[in-house]
Design a protein around this ligand. Structure first.
Ligand code: SAH
Length: 241
């Protein structure tokens, strides 16, 4: 069944006006018709069964019928990713949504790519991936920030899985086994790696857990997927409820 992310509050008998891209998707891609049922979610009010009450090339209106699932949120996991080339960043945002990250923060680092971030585009990618996964929220895409500043006010209660290609870090699975559950973030560097000063700062952050992702240097997108998977398996919702 089609799933759509909406911003409106959801409750019984609420009418929802689809946005332009959703109208196009419903009318042209899915060839939806009046009376069709689809699911909507907004990250707050659970998942609602809705019925299409109007559909044309210019508008689509849905009416909520009943709540199918109460709101549940995945683990409190942030992905901090240095700015990499646009195509890779797109992939990383999509995979982070699929793998259950709650927030993605692009980072400016010494060796990162220039900031050409198009937040609207990344948010659209995150929403589309969230719709497809069945999750009940869409990851928040935060505006880019400097790594130095982010580390300088690092909140100690959020642990930091620092993916350190330098070679001295403990193997990821060993480092995460037995670690505390709770709020976490994963830190991945740019294609050029972290500078020595950045590595030192990341290791010194309160709650930092430096990890190795094996003996091979991975591209940033591969490293992000591997790190998210390992974290979910060790500490996240891949362990079961
Ligand atoms: N140019 C760098 C590699 C950067 S790879 C170099 O040659 O050293 C991009 C990012 O992916 C790294 O900053 C790190 O965060 C992560 N990464 C890649 N391979 C890794 C590994 N084997 N272990 C831990 N992190 C890794």
């Amino acid at each position: 069944m089609i799933r759509l992310y909406v911003v409106q509050d959801l409750s019984q008998d609420v009418e929802i006006e689809a946005k332009a891209d959703q109208i196009h998707y419903l009318a042209h891609v899915m060839r939806a018709r009046t009376g069709d049922e689809l699911l909507v979610f907004n990250g707050r009010d659970g998942e609602w069964l809705t019925r299409l009450v109007t559909i044309s090339r210019r508008e689509a209106r849905l009416l909520t019928v009943r709540r199918q699932r109460p709101q549940t949120d995945g683990p409190d996991l942030d992905l901090l990713i240095a700015l990499v080339k646009r195509a890779r960043l797109d992939t990383i945002v999509e995979k982070a949504a699929e793998l259950g990250a709650r927030r993605v923060r692009p980072l400016l680092t010494e060796r990162a790519n220039a900031d050409h971030t198009n937040l609207a585009r990344l948010r659209a990618i995150a929403i589309e991936a969230a719709e497809q996964t069945g999750r009940l929220d869409a990851p928040e895409i935060l505006s880019p920030a400097g790594l130095t500043e982010v580390l300088a006010d690092w909140p100690g209660e959020r642990r930091l899985m620092f993916c350190d290609e330098g070679g001295e870090a403990a193997p990821a699975l060993a480092a995460l086994a037995g670690a505390e559950r709770g709020p976490w973030a994963i830190l991945i560097g740019p294609e050029g790696g972290f500078s020595p000063a950045e590595r030192a700062a990341a290791r010194a952050a309160p709650g930092a857990v430096p990890v190795s992702l094996g003996p091979r240097i991975l591209r940033a997108d591969t490293a992000a997927i591997a790190a998210l998977s390992l974290w979910q398996a060790a500490l996240g919702d891949w362990r079961g409820a």
